[in-house]
Design a protein around this ligand. Structure first.
Ligand code: NI
Length: 160
């Protein structure tokens, strides 16, 4: 278990397409543990493997009550629409408004490589879309409507 370095925008690893996971290995299992540690350390709700420099189709998400590990995820259904602020650990201190579906269903493998389906609404649906985009080298900043804005310093302090 370890905190890994989060790659920031400008690092070319964030713009590459990730490869599928064919089998779970001790090395990938350790990567998943480290991704959870890293996400919690930086108070993120999701993290994709390329954000720690590994080009594999692996995502971890925790919107507050349920740690999820998604391997080779694919969006199979969406509905509705939501518009709200989005941020990314690879674009520290910034937020921007992005429109996403309000409901998303994902088909993937869990960390034991069993096929599962996951459904999310609201923040979880947004996290599915944002993190899965990372696996295809896409950053949310390409989707921002209007301008990216900075998190005010005062807000930062209040949160801590
Ligand atoms: Ni992100």
């Amino acid at each position: 278990m370890a905190i890994r370095t989060v790659r920031v925008e400008g690092d070319s690893v964030l713009n590459k397409k990730c490869r599928e996971v064919k089998e779970m290995t001790p090395r990938l299992s350790e990567l998943i543990d480290d991704m959870f540690d890293t996400m919690y350390e930086y108070n993120g709700v999701g993290l994709a493997a390329p954000q720690v420099g590994v080009l594999r189709r692996i995502v971890v998400i925790d919107c507050g009550d349920n740690p999820l590990c998604l391997i080779n995820p694919i969006i199979v259904e969406t509905s509705g629409e939501q518009c709200g602020d989005e941020g990314c650990l690879s674009v520290p201190g910034k937020f921007g408004q992005v429109t996403r579906p309000n409901y998303v269903k994902v088909a993937c493998l869990d960390r034991d490589m069993n096929p599962i389906e996951l459904e999310g609404e609201g923040l979880l649906a947004r996290a599915f879309c944002h993190e899965l985009d990372h696996l295809d080298g896409k950053m949310y900043t390409e989707l921002v409507e209007g301008e990216l804005h900075e998190v005010a310093q005062a807000e930062d302090e209040e949160e801590e």
